[in-house]
Design a protein around this ligand. Sequence first.
Ligand SMILES: C[S@@+](CC[C@H](N)C(=O)[O-])C[C@H]1O[C@@H](n2cnc3c(N)ncnc32)[C@H](O)[C@@H]1O
Length: 284
Amino acid sequence: MANMHFGKLSDVWKHAALAEVLDRQPPQRYAETHAGSGAYPIVHDTERQFGVLRFLDVAAGSEVLARSRYRAAAASWLDGRGLYPGSALLAMTVLGDASSYLLCDLDPGSAADLRHWASELSIDDCEVAQSDGMAAVAAWLDRHAGKTGLAHIDPFDPDERGPSGWSAFELAARVADSGTALVYWYGYDEPGERAWAWSRLAAQTRAPLWCGDVMVTGTSRAPGDLGRATTPGTGFGVVLANVEPSTVSACTAVGDALADAYADVLLPDGSRGNLSFTTRQREA
Ligand SMILES: C[S@@+](CC[C@H](N)C(=O)[O-])C[C@H]1O[C@@H](n2cnc3c(N)ncnc32)[C@H](O)[C@@H]1O
């Protein structure tokens, strides 16, 4: 199954932070455990209207969002072509042929789509593995640990163990410990779970870490359910490890600008709300 949540607000923040990191510290090697498909035909439903479509509208009025790498990359695929770029295609768009790629997904359709877009963009060094991403990226890390690589880990289930014995979360801690740059995505349904991945990762690695967490707030009392809808009490974030202070500052500025641009916004359920953006940091 590819990414059924493409283009929703949780993708906007994940991809905005990822694009900023890739643009500012281009890795020689990019690896992704759960790559999804390359591109998705855009859907004009309430979640995408609230997500990427609204983002592109409001970005024009925000100096920070207007010059963000994500805005330029997302607009280049949406305008005219009507496609939303998944994280792997976003990486190929930002890094081009200067990097090598290991892109993993169990879904045959996603793997075929990734191969299609790598060929379309004339990327020479792109391995698409239709296999467990934790096993493939753990082996990649054994070959390439260090400052020249970046691993993006974006799981549905952080604790499910694949055939390698590694869960996505354990692999994230291992990537951080190796000195390799890490982009780790997480989500949650309850305000009490805010920034949970930061707390857990900080306890498992001594690497420099940063977390940018976006939580939807509002008056609606319906229980949050991130998997279905962007409702008050739901949230999501990215934890970065081993990235430069200037990259952290840039991601913080994008998160703050996103919250400003969505102030008193109409949520997908029709109620009014806001985005609360908060950061955590442990420096080197
Ligand atoms: C949330 S989507 C990925 C979205 C993508 N990273 C993006 O941001 O555009 C999760 C993907 O993980 C894939 N998947 C699930 N378990 C996997 C595993 N053990 N190894 C590799 N891929 C897996 C699914 O097929 C799905 O396409």
